[in-house]
Design a binder for this molecule. Structure first.
Ligand code: ADP
Length: 444
């Protein structure tokens, strides 16, 4: 600006010099000869020199107060009222910019706060597919570290399927793909950002589906196991009844065949009951409300129910501990203790023993069911709570069971917010410890 003012003054001075010289020539009416031309040039040069000096001084004087304006906090400058309008406009402009910057940073903070607390991953990329922003869940789910804004979106994943998904979104189409990493499996949903004819970038949402996939696999396995377990006794029942109907069974054998049908029907009923108990626990539906239950009395009832089986095999049963009142679902608690006691008989040695102990420790209720049975090898202890898992299938065939008892125990305990653990020594016995949180009152 000072340059323009300087040039302006200079041009004005030069024009004035030429006009003055011309006027001098006209006024003096002197003849133009060599000497007068030299004098004229000297006068002209002197005038120009003076003009340069004056122009630079004036332009500096004009520009100095403008340069002095504090752009962050513009205030009127004393002695220069001409600049008041400029400083006022600067001040208004400044406060508008500050307001907008504050609003932007507030929006940005809010956006970061929300996205950082999300389990889902979010990536926003510009039209060149460079990352504008991303949250930490996106890095966790796609198993990458140290990604920052400005890098290509493909730094997250370079697989063919991910590239195609991004390219589709960049082409204006919503796209979805599944990406597998060491951490698990995630679904990636990419959408174009912008209107139909303008492409401004893409928005990517990533969701963890590892658990969902595991559940799908478990459900599929469960269905196929259920079908298999139901089919086996039904096939036997069908076969025997077919033989009976066709008159192929001697009258002496009818009772035995009838007993086999009954056995298989028992197995079916037990299986269906177990499946129903498990599905109720899965959905936590159809369960009656909590009621005050004396766990000692409940255990005594259960031991009485299985006493015939115990006696048949000469197994002694003992109940010890305290009468503890627990606020819980009686049916579920019954299933938990019953299944543990039933197993302690089934997998015991003839002449062995079973003990149930109920006590309270640190506001928790501890129920232990110990037996002197065959025990469980260490490599199986992690899996015995899985549905239909049986340690030794061929032996378990002889010992009646559905493979669902311990799943019912696990889910029944979880339903009450508790835990179940196992200690077992093959050959010398097993102890199952159930720990339930909080009881309402103890002792009698
Ligand atoms: P099942 O109907 O076969 O008894 P469970 O789910 O109750 O099914 O138990 C799973 C497996 O765990 C059993 O098949 C058995 O091999 C093992 N098991 C459970 N309880 C005991 C125990 N007290 N002693 C030894 N093995 C046991």
């Amino acid at each position: 600006m000072s340059k323009k003012i300087f040039v302006g003054i200079l041009v004005w001075s030069a024009v004035s010099a030429v006009l003055s010289a011309a006027a001098a020539v006209i006024i003096t009416d002197c003849t133009i000869n060599g000497e007068s031309i030299r004098n004229l040039i000297l006068f002209f040069a002197g005038f120009i020199g003076l003009s340069v000096l004056i122009a630079s001084v004036i332009s500096m004087k004009i520009v100095r107060p403008i340069a002095k304006i504090d752009l962050d906090k513009p205030k009127p400058i004393s002695g220069y009222p001409e600049l008041d309008r400029l400083t006022e406009r600067l001040r208004i402009q400044n406060s508008r910019i500050n307001r907008q910057v504050n609003e932007l940073s507030r929006n940005h903070d809010q956006f970061s706060l929300i996205t950082e607390n999300m389990d889902e991953g979010i990536i926003i990329a510009d039209k060149k597919l460079n990352i504008l922003t991303c949250n930490s869940s996106s890095m966790r789910l796609l198993d990458v570290k140290d990604i920052s804004a400005g890098q290509s979106v493909y730094s997250f994943n370079n697989s063919e399927v991910f590239r195609r998904c991004i390219q589709n979104a960049a082409g204006g189409r919503n796209s979805e793909c599944t990406v597998e990493t060491c951490q698990g499996e995630s679904v990636v949903i990419a959408s174009p950002a912008g209107s139909t004819d303008t492409f401004n970038g893409i928005f990517i949402l990533i969701m963890d589906i590892t658990e969902k996939r595991k559940l799908e696999i478990m459900r599929r396995e469960f269905t196929s196991n259920v079908s298999h377990e139901l089919k086996t006794p039904l096939t036997t029942i069908y076969g025997i009844s077919d033989m009976l109907a066709g008159g192929l069974v001697k009258s002496d054998d009818t009772a035995e065949f009838g007993a086999r049908i009954r056995n298989e029907a028992d197995r079916l009923i037990k299986l269906i009951n177990d499946i129903m108990a498990l599905s109720k626990l899965d959905e936590a539906a159809g369960l009656s409300d909590a009621e005050e239950t004396d766990l000692y009395e409940l255990s005594a009832e259960i031991l009485a129910r299985i006493s015939e089986n115990a006696m048949e095999r000469n197994i002694t049963m003992k109940l010890s501990g305290e009468h503890i009142l627990y606020m819980g679902n009686r049916t579920v608690l019954d299933e938990v203790i019953y299944n543990l006691c039933d197993n302690a008989i089934k997998y015991n040695n003839d002449g062995g023993s079973l003990e149930v102990n109920i006590l309270e420790a640190h506001k928790n209720i501890i129920i232990t069911v110990s037996d002197t049975g065959i025990g469980i090898p260490k490599e199986h202890t992690d899996r015995i709570f899985e549905r239909f898992y049986r340690v030794d299938k061929s032996r378990s065939r002889k010992i009646k069971g559905t493979g669902l008892g311990l799943s019912i125990v696990k889910h029944g305990v979880m339903y009450h917010g508790g835990t179940v653990r196992i200690e077992s020594n093959p050959g010398s016995g097993t102890v199952f410890t159930v720990e339930l949180p909080e009881c309402i009152s103890a002792g009698r």
